[in-house]
Design a protein around this ligand. Structure first.
Ligand SMILES: O=C[C@H](O)[C@H](O)[C@H](O)COP(=O)(O)O
Length: 237
C-alpha cells in the first residue's frame, strides 16, 4: 500500500483517491454535508480547490475539526437552522458491510455525522478497502453517552452483550464536540445491526450509536491501484 505523509501522520494514497473522487459529485449551488476523518479530509481539500476556481456551494461540517479545515479551505458554512435537507453528504466510515450499513465514530464525531448523513438527499461514503467487512463488529462500536451516570449506562451497555470501554485520549476521558463521553463497545460480531441500534437507543444515558443503517447511497472505495464506485446493486464482500 502506498503511504502518504500528512503532517505528523501517514495515510494511504487510497484514502486520498477515494476522498477526491467524491468531490466529482458536487455541483454548483448544492448544500453539502461534510463528514469527519482522514478520508474526507481529501474531499475538503479538493472542494477548497474547486471553490477557488468558482464553484459555489455551502456546507455543514460534522465536527469542530471539519469546521476548522473547511474554514481554512475557504468553504462557506451554514447550519441546520438555515437548512432542512442537504443535497449531498460525504463522509468516511470505520466499517462498511455488504448491505452498506456502517460503523462510524472512530473519531468521536458520530452524533453530528448522523445528522448530516441522514438529512441529505444523497449520502456518499469514502473508504479504503480495509474498511469493507462481511459482518460489522470487529471495530468496537462507538456509542455517545451523557457523562451523568456514565457507569450505570456502561452496565446497561454490557447487558446487551458487549465489553464497554470508556474512550480516553492522553489518559484523559475523551469529550465529544457535544460535551459527552464515548464508549467503545466490543462485540464479537454484530448479527442484527438495526435491532441492536434500537435497543441501544432505548438505554438511559445513550445519545446516539455509531451504527448507520440504511442511509448509504454510494460507496467510493480507494484501492492500491485506483478507486471503485460501488452502488447498492453491486454487493460488497
Ligand atoms: O468519528 C469519526 C468518523 O466516523 C470517521 O468518518 C471515521 O472514523 C472514518 O475515519 P477515517 O476516514 O479517518 O478512517
Amino acid at each position: 500500500m502506498i503511504k502518504l505523509e500528512r503532517g505528523n501522520r501517514v495515510d494511504s494514497l487510497a484514502k486520498k483517491w477515494a476522498g477526491e473522487k467524491a468531490a466529482e459529485y458536487i455541483q454548483d449551488g448544492m448544500t453539502i454535508g461534510l463528514g469527519t476523518g482522514s478520508t474526507v479530509y481529501w474531499t475538503i481539500l479538493k472542494l477548497g480547490e474547486l471553490i477557488s476556481q468558482g464553484l459555489q456551494i455551502k456546507a455543514i461540517p460534522s465536527s469542530v475539526e471539519t469546521e476548522r479545515l473547511a474554514k481554512k479551505a475557504g468553504i462557506p458554512l451554514t447550519t441546520f437552522s438555515e437548512v432542512n435537507m442537504l443535497d449531498l453528504s460525504i463522509d468516511g466510515a470505520d466499517e462498511v458491510d455488504a448491505m452498506f450499513n456502517l460503523i462510524k465514530g472512530g473519531g468521536g464525531a458520530l452524533v453530528r455525522e448522523k445528522f448530516i448523513d441522514t438529512f441529505t438527499r444523497k449520502f456518499i461514503v469514502v473508504v479504503d478497502e480495509s474498511k469493507l467487512v462481511s459482518k460489522l463488529g470487529s471495530f468496537p462500536l462507538p456509542v455517545e453517552i451523557i457523562p451523568f451516570g456514565w457507569k450505570v449506562t456502561c452496565r446497561s451497555l454490557a447487558e446487551l452483550g458487549c465489553t464497554p470501554v470508556l474512550r480516553k485520549r492522553n489518559d484523559e476521558r475523551f469529550i465529544s464536540d457535544n460535551g459527552n463521553y464515548i464508549v467503545d463497545c466490543h462485540f464479537t460480531g454484530i448479527d442484527a445491526p438495526a435491532s441492536l441500534h434500537s435497543r441501544l437507543k432505548q438505554l438511559l444515558g445513550v445519545v446516539e450509536t455509531g451504527l448507520f443503517i440504511d442511509v448509504t447511497d454510494l460507496v467510493i472505495v480507494g484501492k492500491p491501484d485506483g478507486v471503485e464506485v460501488v452502488s447498492p446493486t453491486k454487493n460488497l464482500p
